[in-house]
Design a protein around this ligand. Structure first.
Ligand code: SF4
Length: 192
């Protein structure tokens, strides 16, 4: 019962690895996140992941490289569907590695976040599971989000302030007030 756990960040990985471990799975965390921009932010989150793996004796596989150009080609459209391309890139690689290395199943820490599109995430994972011929595990872990923060603080791990891509950073920090006062959203043309 070996599970490959795609890990978006150390905070989510700490809680989610514990959760699946309690269900009887032998968990290995997997790092592949070319969606994290800029590169220095990617490195900060990866370092936090390495620290977590060392502190918790959590097996960790890191996919070498930072394939950001392939990532941008995969998401292409800057709209609601960009997350689908993003999930596909990251879960697709996770499923491939899980199959190649003899894991029984794969899943992702993204199910812990209340900010992710859960239905889209589950459907994308299930489709990839069919394509790659390896089971995908789904469990709604959002109720553990607060606890994951407590754990992350306790372990003194770096914590990000936006999802990952440059678009999410822009949406998080763009000073333009959001739709109530604007007829168009920043994405639709508020930035002139
Ligand atoms: S908002 Fe998050 S999940 Fe969506 S495309 Fe950006 S990094 Fe990926």
């Amino acid at each position: 019962m070996k599970l490959l756990l795609h890990s978006c960040c150390a905070y989510c990985a700490a809680y989610t690895a514990d959760f699946w471990g309690r269900q009887g799975w032998e968990v290995t965390a997997f790092w592949y996140n070319p969606n994290i921009h800029p590169f220095r932010e990617h490195q900060l989150r990866l370092e936090a992941m390495l620290t977590l793996a060392q502190k918790r004796a959590l097996p960790l596989m890191v996919d070498e490289g930072y394939e950001v150009i392939d990532y941008f080609k995969a998401i292409r459209v800057v709209d609601k569907v960009r997350c689908q391309g993003c999930f596909r890139v990251r879960l697709g690689r996770t499923a491939q590695r899980a199959r190649q290395r003899g894991f029984s199943a794969f899943t992702t820490t993204l199910f812990l976040s209340p900010y992710q599109k859960h239905k889209l995430l589950r459907l994308t994972g299930e489709r990839i599971a069919e394509e790659e011929g390896i089971p995908f595990l789904h469990n709604d872990l959002r109720s553990g989000y607060r606890e994951s923060h407590r754990l992350g603080h306790e372990l003194h791990l770096y914590h990000q302030t936006y999802c990952g891509c440059v678009y999410s950073e822009w949406e998080r920090y763009c000073p333009i007030e959001r739709p109530k006062k604007l007829k168009t959203s920043p994405r639709e043309g508020g930035l002139k």
